[in-house]
Design a protein. Sequence first.
Length: 188
Amino acid sequence: MFPVIRKNIKSCVLFCIATFLSISLACNENYATEKQAGVKTESGSKNIDQKGTVMPEKIIRSDEEWKRILTPEQYKITRKKGTEPPFTGKYNNYKEKGTFRCVGCGNDLFRSEAKYDSGTGWPSFWEPISEQNIKTTPDTSHGMIRTEVLCSRCDAHLGHVFNDGPPPTGLRYCINSASLDHVKKKEE
Ligand SMILES: [Zn+2]
């Protein structure tokens, strides 16, 4: 009898230790996950661009507000993902030096130094001012597979980006004039 009871006590003790260990391990795992999530949120909430400049907050407006602020053409293109006919936009052949901003929110998008004549009929750029001022998303509309380019601040549709651009990026940001506003460079 006695050895059997001892064996039972031994296994009971072992079981208790195992349970305690697994509970404490699980707690540690939870703690680690929470800690990671906390770090993620902190870094995500800081809105800083590549050059360390704090970016303006995101702009969210109702459809009615956009209709009031924008011209019918600007509204159709930026809020309804329209495309202006080629060779008709005011910035297609535009050569002035300066910055092209988002027509909806004033976010800096492209520098005139990155503009080139692609011959397509739309203003074309080989790079944006900052990857953080724009965002891209797959677009499968009109039976084509394209990459849509949007303003990261107000989600305005700007145009599309293609892989047939000039060096150094090899990219062609094909942008509607109606999505842009040009600010001339000040004379030095
Ligand atoms: Zn914008």
